[in-house]
Design a protein around this ligand. Structure first.
Ligand code: BGC
Length: 333
């Protein structure tokens, strides 16, 4: 064999051996390689709850939802937040009915009126689905518990604030979310009782806003036209004070007209910073949502829950700003 052929032959063998080892190595890798498994993370929830508010996109209700979602995360609950886009009793009732039909573990909702909500809540509870009322109670129903503001007392506080701030001299108009909903009726009643003995305070008119800021503004405008003597307003739901403030500013009456509103939505706080709304009734929507979920778990797990849990309510005045616990109240959003 010539030298050249020996060299070529040797290279050939080396090349063959190297190729074989590469083939062996990578072949082995392919066979033993762990192919990425499709990691399907199936969330395990303990229970499935529904939260049904009277108005889905209302900022107040978004805070209740925020609290409920925080608790749902802490306790592994599947939480659905469903309800009418704009306040509508029929849609609200239908949503409760559908939630019950889908056999959820618990429903949290308002007890808006005895006539329509009590029979439905009773049917749902009799079917074995616990109902907790939140924000508004249907006290005569079979709901297991209520968590929310003492609505009568909150109206009473508003009345006392108005007396103090107007030195007991005012012609008052009330704009209320609804004439037929329990929480609104109680807030007006509490207010009336608070001012009843005050000789210098007259309630001149009471109008309904249907939980709408635009309607609240329309009613405020009409009141100022029909009753020029009105120099104080009480708005009994979250958007009423805002609607009233809009009109009062438009007619540049901030210095003549006193407004006490409800809740601490960012717009309300802005009107307070400008001095247009003088005081507001603070509720705790985040706490309501959080505690409602926790209560529902407790009662499903056989613990005793109190039938009524009142969350805190108090008056906030311009001088108290900035508010503490801003995030939970929704002021900072
Ligand atoms: C009430 C809620 C209501 C909201 C309307 C709040 O003051 O507590 O029940 O839906 O106002 O804007």
């Amino acid at each position: 064999m010539s030298r050249l052929s020996i060299t070529a032959y040797t290279f050939g063998i080396i090349f063959f051996l190297v190729s074989c080892s590469f083939a062996g190595f990578y072949g082995y890798k392919v066979v033993t390689h762990h192919l990425p498994k499709e990691e399907k993370k199936i969330e395990k929830y303990n229970y499935h709850f529904m939260l049904v508010p009277e108005e889905l996109d209302n900022e107040y209700w978004r805070l209740v939802e925020k609290g409920a979602r925080a608790a749902a995360k802490d306790y592994h609950i599947m939480l659905e937040y469903v309800g009418p886009k704009q306040a509508n009793i029929e849609d609200h009732l239908k949503t409760i009915e559908m939630s019950a039909a889908s056999k959820v573990d618990g429903i949290m909702t308002q007890g808006l009126s005895d006539e329509q909500f009590t029979p439905l809540i009773n049917r749902v509870v009799e079917k074995g689905i616990p109902v907790i009322t939140v924000d508004t109670d249907a006290a005569n129903s079979k709901r297991i518990a209520y968590i929310g503001t003492d609505n009568y007392y909150s109206g009473f506080l508003a009345g006392k604030a108005l007396i103090a701030d107007t030195k007991g001299q005012a012609n008052v108009a009330i704009i209320t979310g609804s004439f037929i909903k329990n929480h609104q009726i109680q807030r007006v009643k509490g207010f009336r009782d608070a001012v009843m003995a005050e000789k210098g305070i007259q309630i001149v008119d009471v109008e309904e806003s249907e939980i709408s800021r635009v309607k609240a503004a329309e009613k405020a405008y009409k009141i100022l036209q029909d009753h020029p003597e009105v120099n104080a307003f009480f708005g009994t739901s979250a958007l009423d004070g805002i609607g009233i403030a809009q009109v009062v500013e438009k007619y540049n009456k901030q210095d003549q007209v006193y407004i006490v509103g409800f809740d601490t939505l960012p717009e309300t706080i802005n009107y307070m910073r400008k001095g247009t709304i003088k005081a507001t009734v603070v509720q705790e929507p985040f706490e309501m949502g959080y505690k409602a979920v926790k209560m529902m778990i407790d009662l499903i797990e056989g613990q005793k829950v109190p039938p009524i849990v009142h969350t805190d309510t108090r008056i906030l005045r311009v001088g108290d700003l900035p508010v503490s616990n801003q995030d939970r109240l929704g002021v900072n959003r």
